[in-house]
Design a protein around this ligand. Sequence first.
Ligand code: DLL
Length: 436
Amino acid sequence: MERYYQEEIETASREQIHQWQSERLVKQVQNVWENVPFYKQKMMEAGITPEDIKSVDDLHKLPFVTKDDLKNCYPYGLLARPLADCVRIQSTSGTTGRRVVAFYTQHDLDLWEDCCARAIVAAGGTKDDVCHVCYGYGLFTGGPGLNGGSHKVGCLTLPMSSGNTERQIQFMTDLGSTILCCTPSYAAYLAESIQERGLGDSIKLKAGIFGAEAWTEEMRHDIEEKLGIKAYDIYGLTEISGPGVSFECSAQTGMHVNEDHFIAEVINPNTGEPVPDGEKGELVFTCITKEAFPLIRYRTRDICILSREKCSCGRTHVKMTKPLGRSDDMLIVKGVNVFPSQIETVLMNKGYPANYQIIVDRVNNSDTIEVQVEMTAEMFSDNLSEVSAKERELVNALKAMLGIYAKVKLVAPKSITRSEGKAVRIIDKRNLYQQK
Ligand code: DLL
């Protein structure tokens, strides 16, 4: 049995969790009703008052909060505490429009770091570990969140931040990093760089905690093999706190949501109706313990499935699948729904590295999709007919997966820009025409 960071909480009975969630929800609803005019107005519009919320079973009566609400309330409209009680802000990685700004009191930072500490312990972390954090530091929550969690566990923490791969590898070998925290795409890049330098035997990594972007099981196996580690998924979003909203355990069959702090629901994105466990839908979170920025029924746009089946690790908190895509990441090409993860699965099953880009365009009023894929050094060849045979093979495999024709262009090793944070996989040129 693993050593738990907060065993009594993480293995509590479902009845106990229900009781905690109910008590905390009732308090939180009263709190936002009194302190955030936005919530009071929304609840009045829905014809409810705090008295209507007696337990977590009444959650569905509460109105949703959307990303648009956050934008309209920017920057202070959702604050539930005086600004003087807040000690930190973090912000989303979005590059267009208004960013989302989240506020934290000291209590909020503490619970967020607790959640990250649980994730590190679930990945086998102890105070004897050297935790190498190369998520970005700054407004992005990745670096600060895992950094705080690592301190709580008592690991020796290396606050590397992202970039400067040469220095990352040098510290990793010199200081004997044992746990690596970064995006999966950067982990793949680091693995590639370590292999190229022939330093595989000099690194002591045993586990990786990778998240902040979509990654497939195929990519997990590839990273695990190249780095000789166990790779754990971690999920979160700035609006709800940051990384650690949920995390994977040794079972690696989904991520446990920290249910003492966040209530998870899955809804039908079209009707808003809750869907039962085991069914796919949009993930919605309610923050029941946060002080400064407690979102209620926040629609994440991430599509996933919840499961309350018994987990072999002993934890009882509900598990969510990896996000199966974002409702706003899904491409509609020629009327067909295309998720980048489907394309990644095909590429990796055929032995290609996870270095690819998807370019969607509109030519003569018809959608086109091109997948540019890097060859490995071993695959690379000057023989054009060999390359086009490989391209045809991928076109057929993609057609079988997606149901539509996607052009494939194999490109030379290292020609696709590597990411140090979240990878940019999709270039949708159709959006450019719309903005004109
Ligand atoms: O990405 C927080 C984070 C940092 C999570 C480090 C894990 C590790 P945002 O920048 O606000 O926050 O982006 C949140 O990223 O709604 C998902 O769509 C996506 N995402 C986060 N974790 C995962 C994951 C951070 N494990 C958005 N798998 C979320 C797939 C993920 N997508």
